[in-house]
Design a protein around this ligand. Sequence first.
Ligand code: APR
Length: 232
Amino acid sequence: MKKIVILSGAGMSAESGISTFRDNNGLWKNHRFEDVASPEAWRKDPALVLEFYNMRRKNLFESEPNPGHFALADLEQKFDVKIVTQNVDDLHERAGSSSILHLHGELKKARSTGDPELIYELNHWALNMGDTCEKGFQLRPHIVWFGEMVDNISPAILLVKRADILLVIGTSLNVYPAAGLIHYAPAHCTKYLIDPDASNSHLFPGLEIIPEKSGTALPVLVKRLLDTAMDS
Ligand code: APR
């Protein structure tokens, strides 16, 4: 089976009603990330940080995967598909994809501030001050904040290094180390970028640009890939 690696960003979930970060009405147009998504912000005003993620988590509980997510799940019929996502939503999981590596954490999980090994699934959107782990430490969002280590970047690099096809979907390619993953694709790898406004694509030579929304482009591209896949 040929190996397909997906590198997805916020644009993947835009058609599900999840805000992107740098589009016109993106999250970083309405918030300074330094105030809501950094260790300094947590130290300064943890309640404001919790409120920012509660608002996003509430939106996620009210959102559904879109045709782009379902198309990627269909790819697994004939390909070895690994998803590496910058997104903290669970829409790839809910669409049925089976191998997903989150680079920037998961919105529906909380982590102990006293023991990072203690991670909890949240089945409700509200995480508040006073919500503690079993050892009594305050819970925080299980998110990689600006300035924190991206623990999953090494396994992500290993996945990209073995890709026959790389689909880069809905990311402005502004944030490292995630954006740098593209450089690890092997020479023979076919690389696509799906983004209606691929403004940074010139920084990444060899990308075949599909300037469309992922909810529209992916069902078409996936059908083409499945139709032409060798039955192996
Ligand atoms: N389909 C495909 N692409 C889309 C769509 C869509 N329907 N709508 C918007 N896009 C594209 C935009 O053109 C943009 O290039 O998605 C990209 C979104 O870029 P960003 O908002 O910068 O999101 P992302 O690249 O995922 O940000 C990376 O930055 O703030 C951090 O941790 C955060 O994971 C995030 C990281």
